[in-house]
Design a protein around this ligand. Sequence first.
Ligand code: ZN
Length: 346
Amino acid sequence: MAQALVLERQRVLSLREIDLPWRMGPGMVRIRMDVVGICGSDVHYYRHGRIGPFVVDRPMVLGHEGAGTVVECGPGVSHLRPGDRVCIEPGVPDFSSAESRLGLYNLDPSLTFWATPPEHGCLTPEVIHPAALVWPLPEGVSQAEGAMVEPLAVGMQAVTRARVRAGDVAVVLGSGPIGIVTALCALAAGCVRVLIVDPAQEKTRIAAQYDGITALEPGDSGLAPQVLAATGGRGADLVFECSGAAAAYAGVAGLLRAGGQLVCIGMPVAEVPVDLVALIVREIRVVTSFRYANVYDRAIALMAGGRIDVKPLISATYPFARAIEAFERADAARPDDVKLQIAFGG
Ligand code: ZN
């Protein structure tokens, strides 16, 4: 039995003992959790008890954005040792599946993911996880930053999938944590400028504190003229759709230059009507991006090298004992909150 933050059912959280199914064995490591970030998906499960087909029909431990310290290595683990500070990929694929053997382990249909029913998450003082999905943090990258690698990896996957070229101008639709980290990854990948927009202007103001990121004024008619004005009438090379809002797709072709790329990251809750003709006649390349594969090491290196600074995105940190309060604050969705984190120990 272990203490954990448990989502009992929709809107009911408790901090209590629970039996966790993880066991040590070959290739596994035991990790003491230090910091866990609260993700939009954790809050969504709390509010609605489900995300699409994934339904919380029994108590589930929340949390999947984790950093910790290795306390024990199972047989055959060679790249980690007790005491290593690490961050953790929360999705566990079958490494022998057809998708994994293509390098697309994020798309393995048998993949289990922390805090996606029925899998428990990492808001508990200790987890056991495959060492292959555990990444050491270099000196200079804190545990709080380590817990930001998971959302950063989503942005890394998007810019990797999209083939960003040096000097590109990108538009990012949505200025939540994923929108902002995608903007930072786009800049690190070579974009010279990122234009970001969100109905919540407090959020775009936070994003625009970074060099290279400019906030656009939200509004139904005003977006294309602003993008054209900012790109000498040409249109953006890339649009990263990070909001998941169906409305974001209306008129999206009008933001892009001929031959530009529309990168779909935000997960819509329903079918999205898209004006395909508008995309075809401008040869817009549509790219989709889901979670991440093979990007953690590069995300960590960008942090360690000072190329991406996620520290300004951490809005507040709560001790584990006050984890429920942290979720209530996340649920309240204060417009100036980007990422809330929960810290274990002292
Ligand atoms: Zn997340």
